[in-house]
Design a protein around this ligand. Sequence first.
Ligand SMILES: [Zn+2]
Length: 456
Amino acid sequence: MHTARPDPATPPTGREPGHADAAPDPTAEVVDLCRDLLRIDTTNTGDNDTSAGERRAAEYVAEKLAEVGVAAEIHESAPGRANLIARIPGVDPGRDALLVHGHLDVVPADPDEWSVHPFSGEVRDGYLWGRGAIDMKDFDAMVLAVVRHWQRTGVRPPRDIVLAYTADEEAGSDYGAHFLVQQHRDLFDGCTEAVGEVGGFSYSISDAQRLYLIETAEKGLDWMRLHARGRPGHGSFVHDDNAVTALAEAVARIGRHRFPLTVTPTVRAFLTELSDVLGVELDPDDPETAIAKLGPIANIIGATVRSTANPTRLAAGYKDNVIPGRATATIDCRSLPGQSELLERQLRELVGPDIEIEYIQRQPALETTFDGDLVDAMSAALRAEDPGARPVPYMLSGGTDAKAFAQLGMRCFGFAPLRLPADLNFSALFHGIDERVPVDGLQFGVRVLDRFLRNC
Ligand SMILES: [Zn+2]
């Protein structure tokens, strides 16, 4: 039956809804929403003058929420650096709120390297292609699809859900999550738990079984700059106080160093579960041997059993025949939970007393336990949509906006559910060429999120 009222449920995409009085299927709509977001170039260059796309993306999300009666606020940290916040009231206002957060920015993409244009949002071979397809406009669109569906059908979540769509995650979140936490912490009143990237994706064990990796821990960010000082001089003389030599020696020592193995509760639980499901011995007390047996996810898990320090930049000198008075290097360090101070001491020992260490970024690692009602709700939603699902906790070697939200005392999880084909090298798609998301995986994610958030 057709109705004459202006239907807020009709997406302005020109797509013909089946029945005017039936709400559009969120699993169909998510593809349109994700494609629209992919077509908005939100490249985060790290430079405010060229990151204008975030504003357009935030306005797009605001418009999609407004269509179904959800009011959103946009907070700019700098012109164009837009962050969107909305609160969906829950049935029980006495309960703590849940934060659901996704970033809108993406890392740069060079169209010459891609099979499709990275901002075309093309659907091809069962995938939706584009920069941000898995990091993380997929989740942004899934959440939007679920909320729009609820608003149209009168569903209310059990408790308040705060939605945050942030800027600047790809350049350290200073203009995004950190800005919100520092300047607008009242927006997160009552939020004690949070879900965002990078977790909830599947890793196939067999046709019948898939692990779903739920992020319960994140390594810390400990980015530092080394400064070596020496005596400037003529390049032709005998010289025993050369800043470049001193720096190079320190950098080489750091680059070759292997920090001690530490198996955290998260990694121990992961290896134990995996060992059980594979029927292969993965001894958490011999993590290197265990990780060598993991195949495609060895590089994800291998980085979570020790702190790491990788030299990434070097700078010194201004002329071929002049010995400079100073030289600098940047070291990308990632500390295990509770090991930031230890890592600092170890690095000071490695570089020696004459080289100065300056921190550029220092954000502590996170780790929470894999238990409680929220974890149960995630697991139940996954199992309902995939009977072969086996949810396991894991630690992310990188960092996300969760680091900012954890400062407000929230327990943070990575849960952006995706069922992936067994042969897809998922980790290679992050910031990679031909980033794409399986359309059926995206639709699976909507169904899982819908179930999960109804029972959170
Ligand atoms: Zn991301």
